[in-house]
Design a protein around this ligand. Structure first.
Ligand SMILES: Cc1cc2nc3c(=O)[nH]c(=O)nc-3n(C[C@H](O)[C@H](O)[C@H](O)COP(=O)(O)OP(=O)(O)OC[C@H]3O[C@@H](n4cnc5c(N)ncnc54)[C@H](O)[C@@H]3O)c2cc1C
Length: 387
């Protein structure tokens, strides 16, 4: 077992670190305030190869793996979690899903412009009445000769209002529950009505989130991703990798919370000494460091396992490990951000200190990609099945 990253990963990590520090840190607060990141950032990330990290080079990607994707998320998340979320949803939820489940024709058609940053990708599963219970989706796709007609509403979709290419989950046979789900590659601009409503969030501002409505939206048959009524396979094929990869953002947030707290604790003087002299403050710093290290190890294990496992899902080791990684990671990041606010005292509560943004951002990881409650259920079910 080697705990050192290889040179290749280190170089990738350093290049993302430098870009984020030089180019994004000065505008991170503005991105949060305006709830919008500049278009040039997306194009630049495409040029740098960070929008198709796990996609093989023949389809325009960088040919890395899930560990690399988590490392990129970590370095982006340290400075601007919103950017990391949008890039992650694009690269993993859309591109990697399309690569894993797409035909050769679909891969060649859709992946290169997505990887180059000319197009934005998204994945639309959640609905107003179907979140944790994803199989309960009500959006339908009805066959009409060589097309399917989509009707329904999707909720909380990352990049939803700016996406050009979306993976959309529908019911093609509503009576059959999980066995009646079909995933489609949907382009903006197909015939029919497609509307989006931008949603205001407490955190991750700058990463657009939208409610999407499809009305008589016509999608060609050849845009089915995977097979008809086999959408649950498409969904499950990526869930564990998604959970493992999104841990990168939590690591970035926790790392930044610790960095800012260490600096502030050494500078802030109360009772004629830096507050870093107080053991109750030191205890918080030590806990932040410990959780961060544990979180990173679990994440690297989960991403490596996800890469090795052909298809994750129920009954596989990765299903349990990925749920454990993101459960721990998300709660550790929220706690680190909360402790960082406490160390900063009243200043931590002020909007012009970056710490409040980390706190607002951190909480999402306990909700998206399956909530903490669902993750605990997944882990417990797996443990009990093993006995
Ligand atoms: C900013 C943001 C971005 C998102 N991006 C995307 C995206 O790009 N694409 C997409 O498809 N979705 C996206 N989502 C949706 C996200 O995946 C869902 O919010 C999440 O799955 C939870 O669903 P819900 O919000 O409907 O909550 P619910 O499922 O309604 O849960 C409400 C509460 O009940 C609990 N609960 C539910 N079932 C159980 C149970 N069986 N046992 C115990 N407790 C339970 C939950 O843990 C939670 O605490 C995003 C959400 C947000 C907030």
């Amino acid at each position: 077992m080697d705990f050192e990253l290889s040179e290749e990963y280190k170089m990738l990590k350093d290049s993302v670190h430098d870009f984020m520090t030089k180019e994004i840190e000065p505008i991170a607060e503005q991105i949060d305030r305006e709830d919008k990141f500049p278009e040039w950032v997306w194009k630049r990330m495409g040029e740098l190869g960070w929008l198709g990290i796990t996609i093989p080079e023949e389809y325009g990607g960088s040919g890395f793996d899930y560990l690399a994707q988590a490392i990129v998320g970590e370095e982006m998340g340290r400075i601007c979690p919103a950017l990391a979320l949008s890039a992650g949803a694009h690269s993993n939820l859309c591109c990697d899903n399309l690569y894993r489940n797409g035909t050769e024709e679909q891969r060649h058609k859709y992946l290169p412009p997505l990887c180059r940053g000319e197009k934005v990708g998204a994945l639309a599963l959640t609905e107003p009445n179907a979140g944790s219970d994803a199989v309960g989706i009500q959006t339908t796709a009805k066959k009409d000769s060589d097309h399917y007609i989509i009707n329904g509403t999707k909720m909380f979709i990352t990049n939803g209002d700016i996406a050009d290419t979306l993976i959309v989950y529908t019911k093609t046979d509503p009576q059959k529950g999980a066995r009646g789900i079909t995933a489609f590659i949907v382009e903006k601009g197909f015939q029919g009505s497609f509307t989006s409503r931008h949603l205001e969030k407490m955190g991750y501002r700058g990463s657009p989130t939208a409610e999407l409505s499809f009305e008589d939206y016509r999608v060609p048959r050849q845009n089915i991703l995977g097979e008809e009524n086999q959408g649950i396979r498409v969904m499950m094929s990526g869930l564990d990798a998604e959970r493992a990869i999104f841990c990168g953002l939590g690591i970035g947030i926790a790392e930044r919370a610790l960095e800012l707290s260490l600096k502030y604790a050494k500078e802030r003087v109360q009772f004629r000494q830096p507050i870093s002299n107080f053991q109750l403050i030191q205890g918080k710093l030590a806990d932040m460091y410990t959780a961060l290290e544990a979180s990173r190890l679990l994440t690297y294990k989960a991403t490596t396992l996800a890469q090795k496992s052909e298809r994750g899902g129920k009954g596989t080791e990765i299903h349990k490990v990925a749920a454990a990684a993101i459960l721990f990671n998300a709660e550790a990041a929220t706690k680190a951000a909360l402790d960082a606010v406490q160390i900063h005292g009243g200043y931590g509560y002020m909007l012009d200190y970056p710490i409040n943004r980390l706190f607002r951002d951190a909480k999402l990881a306990e909700i998206g990609a399956g909530t903490s409650e669902i993750r605990r259920i997944v882990i417990a079910e797996a443990l009990l099945e093993e006995v």
